[in-house]
Structures are given as C-alpha cells and as structure tokens.
Design a protein around this ligand. Structure first.
Ligand code: KG4
Ligand code: ZN
Length: 336
C-alpha cells in the first residue's frame, strides 16, 4: 500500500510517499526562510509559499520514489491544529489529488502525528507518558494506545518552542531561536543568570513560560549592548532552566500516574524542541537513573514533516478509521 502525505500547518512545507511497512520512498521538507526577516511566521506569506512550494516538491517526490500519482492508495494531509491558510492549501491540494485519482482522503491531526512519531522507530511504546514540545503546543499526555490519549498537563501561556523563539529574539538571534540558543548555550554558564521557576513547589502539571521570558527581557535590558558573553550565558541559563522544568514535570507526571494506578515504562519527547541534543541527553540519563526508557522519534521527524503525517494515516487505516474527504480543516483541532 502506498501513502501520499502532506504537512503545511505552519512554516514547513513537506511531502512524503511511504509504504504501509514504514518504508519511506521519498520525504522532502522545505523550511520556509521567507519569515526570518519578520522574526516569526507571517501566516499569509506562509500559505502563499506552501502553494508554490508544493507544486515544486510533489513532482520531485513522485520522481524520486518512482511512483505515479495513480499508484497511490491513500492520500492524507494535516487538517489541524495550525494556521488556517496553510491547512487549507495543503488539505485542498491533497483532496484534489484524491478526487482526481478516485482514492480515499484521510484528515490527520498534527498533534497526534507528533505523538505517534516515535512508533515509527520503536516497538510497543504503549502505555507511554508523552511530552509534546513544539512551537505552538506544550502538553503532557498519558497515551494508553493509539487513539486513547489523556491530557494531564499543558502550558497556560507560551509554548515551549515559542519561549525559545522569543528569548532568541530578545538576544538578537535569527528566527527560529531554538537551534541558535542550543548552539550558543554550549559555551555558556548554566548558572550565570538566575531565572524564575514557575509553579515551584506547587504540584502543578501545567507549564508557564511567559515569566521566564519577561525575566530574560528585564535582565538583558540592564545592559547597554548585548555582547557574546551575555548571549552565551543567557542561552545556557535559559536552556538549563527549561531542562530543570522538564525533569520536574516528569517526576510530577509519574506521581500522578502512580496515584491513578497507571503503570508505564516509556517516556517520550516529541516535537521541534525535543530535537535539542542537550535536552535529549539530560532527559535520557534522568529517565535511565529512574528506570524508565526515553523514547524519541527518528532523527528527521522531530520538527514538522509529512512522513509522520503519512505514518499516522497508516495507523488510522489499520484501525479501520473511515476516510473523510469532507473534513474541514480546523485551526484548533483537538485530539481528545
Ligand atoms: O514541532 P515544530 O517543528 O513545529 C510545531 O509544531 O510548532 O517545532 C518548532 C519549534 C520552534 O519553536 C523551534 O524554535 C523549536 O521547535 N526548536 C528547538 C530546536 N529546534 C527547533 N528548540 C530548542 N532547541 C532546538 N534545537
Ligand atoms: Zn508540529
């Protein structure tokens, strides 16, 4: 079975062609650089760019995978949550291909695709405690099985990736700030700046990042110029605080699961922020020390990509979920 998938929910335009047995025949992701000069994603520019880029990368993906559009068995696209313009472009494009070839169309939830991404390279991850760490969401789920997710915590203000991007902007780094902060942090002092710890000593499973961002802003404004030492030390201090918070939330989530008689062995981190090497390393040894496995997706499936959308579609298909060509993209689509 051949599956054709498209992801266009934010600023990555991605297409994938994959087989039911997880073999990826082609996977092309274009990171829109058009937004850098604005310091964040401009929705209208993003949706126009998706339309142009899709027309270039789809023929390339078909050629690379030696597949003809008529050979595709299932079509799928991200239908939410995300920016409505991009969702409309990607889903309408894919629905048109499905109609033209008389094949089924599956709407895919972007968050669910992130959550299921580690099932591509790991066997039997369920039940699992999962941390969704993206530019738009920060949520903690207890995942019992595919389709059975309980949200147990989430951010009350900024998303974790958004906080990396905002701190990056304060430090004068190019958008997106996450990867740049990771790079600068390598040479900085983790404890140079003392940043606030939200909900400290309160057994709260929710996150809050806006106070840390404000503290960074106040600290940086104390200086007339931002020199390299400040960028290094602030990047390191901020990233270190984020890691501290994630470890704390892991402990609190495990306590919550224990109190609710739910046993798990696996803890997963997914989404763009989970690609941060320092976060992966620290959380991996933290989980090991506490006798849990840290589960992560394949290397190129942390950030937004179409392969995870296609893989989610395959799993939906095997669970006998019905295709739905009439599904309307929803910018606030939820998974529970
Ligand atoms: O999952 P993703 O690609 O898109 C959404 O679904 O939002 O996540 C994008 C976010 C951005 O905020 C970006 O700064 C962050 O992931 N990110 C990182 C790193 N790479 C990407 N944050 C910290 N460290 C990184 N290495
Ligand atoms: Zn995403």
């Amino acid at each position: 079975m051949l599956v054709f998938a498209i992801e266009t929910s934010c600023d990555e335009t991605s297409v994938a062609i994959l087989k039911h047995n997880k073999e990826i025949l082609s996977h092309i992701t274009y990171n829109q650089t058009e937004h850098k000069k604005f310091g964040g994603v401009v929705p209208e520019i993003a949706s126009r760019a998706h339309l142009e880029i899709l027309q270039k990368i789809i023929p390339k993906a078909l050629k690379e995978s030696r597949v003809k559009i008529n050979d595709i068995d299932l079509f799928c696209a991200t239908c939410g949550p995300g920016l409505i313009g991009g969702l409309l472009v990607g889903s309408t494009f894919t629905k048109s291909l499905a109609i033209g070839t008389k094949k089924p169309f599956y709407p895919i939830n972007h968050l669910e695709a992130h959550l299921l991404s580690p099932t591509l390279n790991n066997k039997n991850i369920f039940p699992c405690l999962s941390f969704l760490l993206t530019g738009g969401h920060t949520q903690i789920y207890f995942m019992k099985s595919i389709g059975s997710y309980k949200l147990i915590g989430e951010t009350v203000d900024d998303a974790i990736g958004e906080s990396f991007d905002k701190v990056g902007k304060i430090l004068g780094l190019e958008y997106p700030g996450g990867p740049k902060i990771e790079k600068w942090a390598k040479k900085g002092n983790n404890n140079f700046f003392e940043l606030p710890h939200p909900f400290k000593n309160k057994k709260n499973l929710n996150f809050s990042f806006s106070g840390i961002k404000t503290a960074v802003n106040i600290e940086i404004k104390k200086n007339k110029t931002i020199n390299k030492k400040i960028i290094k030390d602030m990047s390191a201090s901020f990233q270190n605080k984020i890691i501290e918070i994630l470890k704390e939330k892991i402990i609190l989530s495990l306590e919550y699961l224990k109190n609710n008689n739910k046993k798990i062995k696996n803890i997963s981190i997914v989404g763009g922020v989970a690609s941060n090497e320092k976060i992966k390393k620290e959380l991996s040894s933290f989980c090991k020390k506490n006798h849990y496995n840290l589960i992560i997706p394949p290397k190129d499936m942390f950030s937004d990509n179409a392969a995870m959308i296609g893989w989610a579609c395959i799993q939906k298909y095997y669970l006998s979920k019905k295709p739905d060509i009439n599904f309307k993209p929803d910018p606030r689509l939820s998974i529970y």
